[in-house]
Ligand binder design. Structure first.
Ligand code: 4AD
Ligand code: MG
Length: 433
């Protein structure tokens, strides 16, 4: 008899197997008990028929408590009525760990209560589905960039630089010096691009942002590719191919999870069709004005969630908004060749109200321009000497971007809040558990 995982049931129909499981729920009558079981790979039902098992096993089955862990042995059958498609007829049960008064019962609980029990809540079906899709996005990311000839180059977490501005930095001590938790690995990836051509980082990122929205985490994971000898247009093509690749791989490998989440496959399918529309910031402002919904919007303002939602819904596909005003973007972006009020950049806005999932740009290459922008941004020039060096020794046109992993996962899974897309979210008022 083999020990298997639930997910492999289809290969063991009518065979006797052993599985290590937890009980999620249970229903029983005098003659039969239905055990809802999970093992981390899938969820299915165990059926215990009184007449087919010993008296002790049936009694044990009826007394099992929610989240008790156990080994069950039994025979796998097809079960056309369930969406998983298989069940197990249980013959024997061996309890491994008892569970008394599991706090998350099948009744409804409030979000705060669930968040306080995140360490247990992760076991629930929706959370399972989101975490498996997150894992697929991570897997497909590595696959994509390896296929494209990228080298993964890890950026430091403890740094002295502030690529995205000084207002959102987490301060810490580095012996007798000041240091900050990384808000982006980008500047280091630029050094990497000059060394190895095409590189990417994939690591945790910290923003001490006092925002309490459905899209903001204090700690999130970011994928930051950086490409030497590449202008912005080619970078946009890479970005859309990457996003379509992620969505396609979720469609190909996460059918079970998408069913649990009741996520419409046809909607996702549409997001794999390229190219994505591209509009300029100027055109975006015009569209917003014409809509009649944003009468007060002015050129030069950054977009908030309502503006981003309107723009992406207008195209019902992810849309690139290009070339924002210089004044609202970071110091490193390449200035426009003929207009000094905009920079060569683009944000990718996801439809269905998910907003910006990618921010990227071509990078400025003129050392004098960069020094001036660094000072203007209120940063200490001395801290960026190494970064300016990249422009002094064989500088080339280069571009890059950053994808927020959890923004992307929230969008693909169709969840309402970004806290669902990371195992242990750090939010404005939450660092427990
Ligand atoms: O637009 P951002 O701030 O860009 C950068 O950090 C660049 N250095 C990236 C680059 O060019 N290498 O952040 C990039 C992405 C956003 O589009 C969003 O998806 C995500 O990171 N992001 C957040 N995700 C969750 N919570 C937050 N507070 C986020 N801030 C940004
Ligand atoms: Mg941004």
């Amino acid at each position: 008899m083999e020990t298997i995982n639930i997910i492999n049931s289809k290969d063991y129909v009518d065979k006797k197997v052993k599985i290590g499981v937890w009980l999620t729920n249970k229903r029983s009558s005098g003659k039969i008990a239905f055990l809802q079981l999970r093992d981390g790979t899938a969820y299915f039902q165990g059926v215990v028929v009184k007449n087919n098992v010993s008296e002790e096993v049936f009694k044990l089955a009826k007394e099992l408590k929610q989240e008790t862990s156990m080994y069950i042995t039994g025979t796998i059958h097809e079960d056309k009525r369930s969406h998983f498609g298989y069940e197990i007829e249980v013959e024997d049960i061996e309890v491994v760990g008892e569970s008394e008064n599991y706090p998350i019962t099948p009744k409804e609980h409030g979000t705060d209560f669930l968040m306080d029990h995140r360490h247990l809540w992760l076991r629930s079906k929706r959370q399972f589905a989101v975490m498996k899709i997150r894992n697929e996005v991570i897997r497909a990311t590595y696959e994509f960039f390896n296929q494209e000839g990228f080298t993964k180059l890890d950026a430091p977490i403890l740094t002295g630089s502030a690529p995205e501005g000084t207002t959102e930095l987490f301060h810490t001590e580095y012996f007798d010096k000041d240091a900050y938790l990384s808000q982006s690995g980008q500047l280091y990836e630029e050094a990497g691009a000059m060394a190895y051509g095409k590189v990417f980082s994939f690591g945790p990122t910290f923003r001490a942002e006092k925002s309490k929205t459905r899209r903001h985490l204090i700690e999130f994971w970011m994928i930051e590719p950086e490409m030497a000898f590449m202008h912005q247009e080619e970078s946009l093509e890479l970005q859309e191919r990457y996003i379509a690749y992620l969505v396609q791989n979720v469609l190909d490998h996460c059918d079970y999870e998408l069913q649990i989440l009741e996520r419409d496959r046809d909607v996702l399918k549409r997001y794999t069709e390229l190219p994505y529309p591209r509009i300029s910031y100027d055109e975006a402002i015009d569209l917003l004005k014409e809509s009649g919904q944003f009468p007060d919007i002015k050129w030069g303002e950054d977009f908030g969630s309502p503006e981003e939602t309107y723009l992406a819904e207008h195209f019902s596909k992810p849309v690139f908004v290009m070339n924002y005003p210089k004044a609202i973007k970071p110091f490193y972006m390449k200035p426009h060749p003929t207009r000094d009020d905009i920079v060569i950049c683009a944000d990718l806005l996801a439809p269905e109200g998910y907003g910006e999932i990618i921010g990227g740009s071509e990078r400025a290459t003129d050392p004098a321009y960069l020094e001036e922008q660094i000072v203007k941004a209120g940063l200490n020039k001395g801290d960026y000497e190494w970064y300016i060096d990249l422009r002094r020794y064989g500088s080339v046109p280069h571009s890059g971007f950053g994808l927020g992993l959890e923004r992307c996962v929230t969008w693909i899974t169709g969840e309402d809040h970004i806290r669902e897309a990371i195992p242990f979210p750090r939010l404005l008022n939450r660092i427990y558990p």
